[in-house]
Design a protein around this ligand. Structure first.
Ligand code: LLP
Length: 463
């Protein structure tokens, strides 16, 4: 997952087991700005603050576990992406990373568009006032009801994912008497260097239509022939949590080649290409993500170059970052409960959440950082595994990390970079109550997604 080092052997003298950890940071109290959101700092008492509010106050007011989202950081990242790509490109925030009404409003205010991939995400977007023409609708198996809803709402584009869907969308559009703007998602055959479950452009998987054996060209033929569809471009998304730009460059090149083939065969130059999302973020100090402006430059250079070579007009580019916008903007705050030192192994630190609020460690072997945040400490580093309160030994939040040896029950610890794919993938396993998301900005904190209650759980249980 993240590229954090997997050193050949243990570096902590007391620990004799295998482990995927780096040496402890020289100063466990230091907060690496790569993994913490922008307004996070420590106050004079050593407590972590975000947006000017100390975590003890946040814990008291909102409880733990809870996600705290740095709103000004979120907005700044939106602007950085929009500015990097400029007026001739479109940035679609991928709502699957984390979506709520407040987030939709921020996106709208900051000039971003929104990618949704389900009826639920579409409903949230529309409810919070995102103009339909700024919404892209995705998914490998959109239901007819979802397609109806999207067409009726007038979404700016539907990204077609299969031959059957080409027909389904055309049919619905005709019935509504409209020409629906669509893109075709192609599988460019790139092996993205990321976890198998989140790599999406190699051929043996469920997304898109393969370029390789002429299928994408055939999809274009069919889409152009149907009068319910207005084919505006081609889409490629190669995976997620990717650091290496090479995959994006190959993908861009192949997509432009397809545009040239379409021009040669049909005499039309499709005006847009979408290069998807997938840019990696720092989960630990060893990850080195690219800045939006570097990404924008690399992508637009390659598209411009390839288009010049193919004598094509440069299409309008769009991208769909999810994790890279929201991921770094939030941390999860937990209270330490049971601490169990296992002699010669490591110390298990149990928190009041776990795999129900962050499934990524269990699912993808994801690496995270963790810090003691209610105070500082000068105690020696101790190797810990931060675990949850669920009935599974795989219920791990942070697999290997160092915390001060004087850690005690009641301390607050925080896991940074949990803005993406944590609340959005949270579950009620063991009837856990999903934590709230609290937006913090300029000394004010407000709940944007409230904590689930036992009443919420029981309301669904109608047996
Ligand atoms: N566009 C499309 C078509 C996508 O499928 C995705 C993510 C994105 C954009 C946004 O990708 P991002 O910029 O956030 O990497 N649950 C996994 C990630 C699954 C990503 C699915 N698609 C995780 O927790 O790592």
């Amino acid at each position: 997952m993240s590229r954090s080092a997997h050193p050949a052997g243990p570096r902590h003298a007391d620990v004799l087991t295998e482990g995927h950890y780096s040496a402890p940071a020289a100063d466990l109290n230091a907060l690496d700005e790569k993994v913490w959101s922008r307004t996070v700092t420590r106050d004079a008492d050593g407590a972590l603050t975000v947006g000017g509010i100390a975590v003890a106050r946040l814990a008291e007011e909102f409880g733990t576990p809870a996600y705290f989202l740095d709103e000004s950081d979120f907005r700044a990242r939106c602007r950085a992406w929009a500015d990097a790509f400029g007026p001739d490109a479109d940035v679609f925030y991928a709502g699957k990373a984390f979506l709520s009404r407040a987030v939709v409003r921020w996106l709208k205010e900051e000039g971003l568009n929104l990618d949704v991939c389900s009826g639920g995400e579409l409903a949230t977007a529309l409810d919070a006032g995102m103009p339909a023409e700024r919404i892209a609708f995705h998914g490998n198996n959109k239901t007819v009801a979802e397609i109806e809803r999207a067409v009726e709402a007038g979404v700016g584009r539907i990204v077609l994912d299969s031959f059957q869907e080409i027909v389904r969308v055309a049919h619905v559009a005709r019935r509504h008497g409209v020409r629906q703007r669509v893109q075709i998602r192609v599988t460019v055959g790139v092996e993205a260097h990321t976890h198998e479950f989140i790599a999406t452009a190699h051929e043996d998987q469920k997304f898109g239509i393969a370029l390789a054996d002429g299928q994408a060209a055939e999809a274009v033929r069919r889409a152009l022939a149907l009068d319910g569809l207005d084919l505006i471009g081609v889409h490629s998304h190669i995976g997620s949590q990717i650091f290496d730009m090479a995959g994006f460059e190959v993908s861009a090149r192949r997509v432009v080649q397809l545009l040239a083939e379409i021009r040669d065969e049909h005499g039309v130059e499709l005006p847009e290409i979408d290069l998807g999302g997938g840019l990696g973020i720092a989960y630990t100090s060893e990850d080195d993500p690219r800045e939006p402006h570097e990404i924008a430059k690399a992508l637009s250079d390659i598209v411009t170059r390839e288009c010049e070579a193919a004598k094509l007009r440069t299409p309008r580019i769009s991208v769909e970052p999810g994790r890279a916008i929201v991921g770094p903007t939030a941390f999860t705050l937990y209270e330490v409960g049971t601490i169990k030192p296992l002699e010669g192994l490591r110390t298990y630190v149990s928190v009041d959440g776990g795999m129900s609020d962050n499934i990524r460690t269990a699912l993808y072997d994801a690496e995270y950082s963790v810090a003691l945040v209610s105070r500082t400490s000068d105690a020696e580093p101790m190797l810990v595994r931060v675990v949850g309160k669920h009935c599974e030994s795989g219920d791990i939040v942070v697999k290997d990390a160092f915390l001060p040896a004087d850690l005690a029950p009641g301390d607050l610890i925080a896991v940074p970079a949990t803005g993406a794919y944590c609340r959005s993938m949270a579950s009620n396993y063991n009837h856990a109550l999903r934590p709230p998301v609290v937006a913090v900005r300029d000394g004010e904190a407000r709940v944007i997604v409230r904590r689930e209650t036992e009443e919420d759980l029981l309301r669904l249980d109608v047996g």
